[in-house]
Design a binder for this molecule. Sequence first.
Ligand code: HEC
Length: 142
Amino acid sequence: MKTSFMQFAIAIVGLLIFSDTIHAAGPDKAALMKRGQVVYTEYCKTCHQANGQGLSTVYPPLAGSDYVKTKGAKVVTDNVVNGLKGPIIVNGKKFNNVMTALPAKYTNADAAAVITFVLNSWGNNGGIVSEADVKKVRKASK
Ligand code: HEC
């Protein structure tokens, strides 16, 4: 039992070193986008809609959002993982509602992926959020 665990552990370490070599350039954007789209469709889309256009005066748009552009990746990450409430203005329209924190079933890696997906979709101006970035802003779960 012990031996096979050791072999498993060694294999994992080997794999990590191997994949690290491949991804030496940093987070893999294509992989983040792919996973991000899945999380978006599964979760965010209900409110922010399929093309990030938002819904009436309840759910603000993510597509071409000046809020996303001016607040930047760090604030957006905080809003998504910890939640957001109170008055905000997005593309000249006032919203005063509540977005609950990202459900715990989504990992920091999932959060990084979906935020990267939003930052790089529908005319938004790009950027990459890593799992480590999410970890820094995510409040300790209760
Ligand atoms: C249950 C509905 C709901 C879901 C699901 C939801 N949001 Fe939101 N989101 C809101 C509301 C409502 C606001 C505005 C809160 C306020 O008025 O302060 C908001 C605001 C935002 C904002 C800032 C304003 C803007 O439009 O630029 C961003 C960015 C955002 N959401 C991203 C996401 C992402 C990414 C997901 C999926 C991980 C997500 N939201 C899931 C309801 C939701």
